[in-house]
Structure formats: structure tokens, C-alpha cells
Design a protein around this ligand. Sequence first.
Ligand SMILES: *[C@@H]1O[C@H](CO)[C@@H](O)[C@H](O)[C@H]1NC(C)=O
Ligand SMILES: *[C@@H]1O[C@H](CO)[C@@H](O)[C@H](O)[C@H]1NC(C)=O
Ligand SMILES: *[C@@H]1O[C@H](CO)[C@@H](O)[C@H](O)[C@H]1NC(C)=O
Ligand SMILES: *[C@@H]1O[C@H](CO)[C@@H](O)[C@H](O)[C@H]1NC(C)=O
Ligand SMILES: *[C@@H]1O[C@H](CO)[C@@H](O)[C@H](O)[C@H]1NC(C)=O
Ligand SMILES: *[C@@H]1O[C@H](CO)[C@@H](O)[C@H](O)[C@H]1NC(C)=O
Length: 475
Amino acid sequence: MQKHRRFFLFTTLLGICVFSYHVFLYFGPSLKTRPAFVKRLSSGAIHSRFDDFRRDWFRQHRARVDWKSILKPCINNTQWGLVKKYWGRENRSSARTSQVVYTDIRPAGEFSKIFIQSKTADNRTKLIGGDSWRVHLHGPSSLGATVFDHENGTYEILFLIMEPGNYQVIIYLDFSLCDGLKEPPADWFIKGNSQGKEQEEGILGPLDQYLLQPFNEGKHFNIRIPVATVNTRFIDKLQYNAKSCTQSCNHLWDGFGRWTNKTWRPYLDEYYGWSLAEGYRRKGTLCVYGDSLGVSLGRSMQSRALCKTLYERCITSYNWIYPISKGRRKENDDLDFRPELVIENIHKGLIRNLIHSLKKGEENKMNHRAKIIWKTTTSIHREYFEKKNVTSRRFITAKRIALFSAFATSAMCNAGFDVIDVYPISDAYPNGALDHVHYNPRVFWDLETLLEKYKTQNNEKLDDNKWKRLKRCIG
Ligand SMILES: *[C@@H]1O[C@H](CO)[C@@H](O)[C@H](O)[C@H]1NC(C)=O
Ligand SMILES: *[C@@H]1O[C@H](CO)[C@@H](O)[C@H](O)[C@H]1NC(C)=O
Ligand SMILES: *[C@@H]1O[C@H](CO)[C@@H](O)[C@H](O)[C@H]1NC(C)=O
Ligand SMILES: *[C@@H]1O[C@H](CO)[C@@H](O)[C@H](O)[C@H]1NC(C)=O
Ligand SMILES: *[C@@H]1O[C@H](CO)[C@@H](O)[C@H](O)[C@H]1NC(C)=O
Ligand SMILES: *[C@@H]1O[C@H](CO)[C@@H](O)[C@H](O)[C@H]1NC(C)=O
């Protein structure tokens, strides 16, 4: 009898590995919001609100893979040292003068929107895009918002709140004038170490692009989300309307939801419980390939059923750009970035090692099949760095990471790999990261449970028939 053996490659590529400190700021103006409470709705009105919901649901999901839209406001404007005509420093946005010009606050279970009109420090209305705004909401639940740059000076903040009540809107302006998307100079790797880090302070000249400005000088900005006014949840309706899906991704986990009372609640409320089938035999190797976030996940999995009873082995491969190996860290320090080395290391470190480890276990009885799951990188908290304008950290920006993440995830979706998007769950986490990038492993507890369930069901499918179609539809 031929044994089929599957093993899993679990990937977090090119994450960021750096260290930082704690600074937490609160702010936001108080603003009168239009009460969106509607007593009695005609079926036509419900219909149009459902259409809004449907459109915004897919916009929010698509934004996680739509790298072209992230780049578009800054096309031909990402080169270091280049100042595009009319994009000079005096036209930087200012979070102090920028204003909320429109709010569309809807009842719980519907998408709400806030529009910001960006302005310069001397209070001129801006007509160009390129800012990096970052928005979170805290109240009966905690979540991050999706921000769209309309390229005319306005920015749309989109979010879905399920628990009604008062929320504080926390808005920061991180960068303006595409500074959040600027590429490093061509010799950045040569001047840094082999991992593209530790460039000498000052080699970029004086840095003042990182703004980290709280909106309206940090004055409180609250909104009130009314209780739901429709009986059937729009999310439930969406499920039956997801038929005309034009763009899809094999999401095992789309990551969207909110934290309430320290509990993660996905919008598509799924059941992650699992039980072991009669006669289940421990099998396979789970390999986590990634940076320190991958190492942390791998370590956490060690104490879970995943590695104790479901897989035969769990291994972790630690990389920054290249593998981290003791004593050899300085080997490539004066060389430029070599993408071929990254590919080679994935092959060497991951695939060959895995096959080798399996072969040792069972000579000649192999029929290797690897299943690859792409795990995205988490939300960063650059603001926790004690030193803000440090040369070697200049290009670690939330926007660049969003761009990388969207590009990589879109490629993985298109290639048909299973995808786990951990960005929204980490971005929504009310306590933020432990430092600038690392999270309490508790944050991903449910994800590990989902992986356990997946494993017990032969990695083929989850019994998530209720949401399966919707979870995979991104447009
Ligand atoms: C960017 O630059 C290229 C080459 O100079 C040009 O062909 C293209 O039209 C530019 N795109 C935009 C959006 O300005
Ligand atoms: C700032 O923007 C205004 C209006 O577009 C433009 O006239 C001016 O030249 C810009 N200034 C700089 C320094 O780019
Ligand atoms: C900027 O101008 C607007 C009117 O366009 C005014 O309401 C606001 O108070 C001004 N802000 C500052 C900081 O001067
Ligand atoms: C900016 O663009 C958005 C999206 O195209 C549009 O809805 C909005 O009216 C525009 N705002 C201004 C001030 O031009
Ligand atoms: C970076 O440096 C500039 C110029 O010194 C300063 O205005 C800015 O506040 C600094 N950024 C942060 C986030 O501290
Ligand atoms: C959180 O817990 C408190 C106390 O247990 C409860 O009253 C509240 O409804 C919970 N909030 C949510 C959003 O579930």
C-alpha cells in the first residue's frame, strides 16, 4: 500500500524584524455626527442599503490585494531624492489643519464612512493624494479601518462595526507627499548589512518625513453607532448574493472581524472546534518558514495539539531576507540584494530540508506532496520605536508593508495557494504589538485552532460551507 504523505509549508516571507519601545497616544476632535437612525425603512431603502453594504464589503476585501490602487497615487513618485513638481515640502498635509468634511455613520452591521479633507500646515486645501493616514476605532469593540486615497485631497475611512455604542476614532497622519512609499536609494543594501539593515545614521541626510501627527492635535473624536435597524444581518444576506463573484482568493482565513472583550470575533462567525476522527494517525510535517513572526507562531504551535498530536513533526526556518544562521550573518554584508539567493534559500532551506527529513523517517516509501499556505505579515507599530527619524528604519513604513503585502497576497491568490490574512486581526488588536512588530501569541490562538481543524480534515476543506463561497470572494 502506498502511503500518501502530505506536508505543509507554512510561509511568512520577508516580514520585518526590528525592535522597539512603547509610546501610546490618544486624540481626535469631537464631532457632531449625523444620526443615521432610521425608524421605519421601506423595502426599497433596505435594498439600497444592502447594495451599499455589498459594495463596501468587497471594496474592503479587495483593498488587501489591490496593490495597483495603493501605488497609483504615487506612481512615478517613489524614487528617493526625487521631488515631483508641485509636491514640495510646503505642500505636505498637516493633521492639525485637515478636517473631517463628511461622515456617513450607519447602524451596527453596516459600513460607516468618514471623509477627511487634507490641508497644508498653512491651511490650504489640498487637491493631491499621497498621504498615509492610519485609523483605528475603540469602543464596545476594537478594529482597524481601511483608508482609501481619492487622489483629490480627500481620504475615505471605511469600517464595519457590529456592536453599537460610542467609539473613539483614532487617526494619525504618518507621511505625506508619497514619503510613506519612497523606495530606498539603489545602494541601500550595499550600505547596510546582508539583511538590508543597519545602515549608518545620517547617510540619507536629515530626515523629517515621518510625521506621526494625531488628527486635530489629539482632541477626542467620538462617534455613536446606533443599534441595527434591520432584522436580517446584511452579512447573512451577502452569503446568498455572492454568486456573481468576479475575483476570488483561496482564503482559509480572511482575517476581518473585531475584538470584543479580548475575544476575536470574525465577521463571518465560524466555528473552529474540531474533534479527532476515529483511528486518526499522526502524520506529516508542518514547516513554518518566515521571520521572527513565523518563529513566534512556530513556538506557539509547539504547545498546541497541532504539533503534539496532529503532525508528526514541526519545524521552523528562520529568515530575515536570507536565512539567519549563527556565525554567518556577516557573510553577504557588502553585497547588493540578490533575489536569486532568496529563491535558492527557499528551495534549499525549505523544500530540500523537508524532503530530507521525511526521507530519513521512511526510506523509499515516499510520495511527497507539499501543501503551501501563504500567511501574510501583520500590522506594524512603527510608532513604538523610541527614535522616530532613524536612518536605518526610514523605509519601514506601514504603507510600504501594505504594498508588499497586497502584491504578494495577490500573487499567491492568483497562483491558487491557500491564504491566511493575519493583517486585520493584528491591526484590530486593542493592545497593539508587544514592540513594533511582535504580538502576544494569544492574538493568533483562533488561527492555530483553525489550522488544527484543517489538519484533521485532511487539509482539503473545512466544513465552513456556510461561508466558504463568501470567504473566497473578493470582488
Ligand atoms: C510614469 O512615467 C512613465 C515613463 O516616464 C510614463 O510613460 C508614464 O505615463 C508615467 N505615469 C504617470 C501616471 O505619470
Ligand atoms: C504647492 O502646491 C501649489 C498648488 O498646487 C503649487 O502652486 C506650488 O508650486 C506647490 N509648491 C511646491 C513647493 O511644490
Ligand atoms: C482653516 O480654514 C478653515 C476655513 O476654511 C477654518 O474653519 C479653520 O479654522 C482653519 N484652521 C486653522 C487651524 O486655522
Ligand atoms: C474626490 O474624489 C471622490 C472619489 O472620486 C469623489 O467622490 C469626491 O467628490 C471628490 N472630492 C472632491 C473634493 O473633489
Ligand atoms: C522627525 O524629524 C522632524 C525634524 O526634526 C520633526 O519635525 C518630526 O517631528 C520628527 N518625527 C517624529 C515622528 O518625531
Ligand atoms: C463584554 O463583557 C461585559 C461583561 O461581561 C458585557 O456586559 C458586555 O456586553 C460584553 N461586550 C460585548 C460587546 O460582548
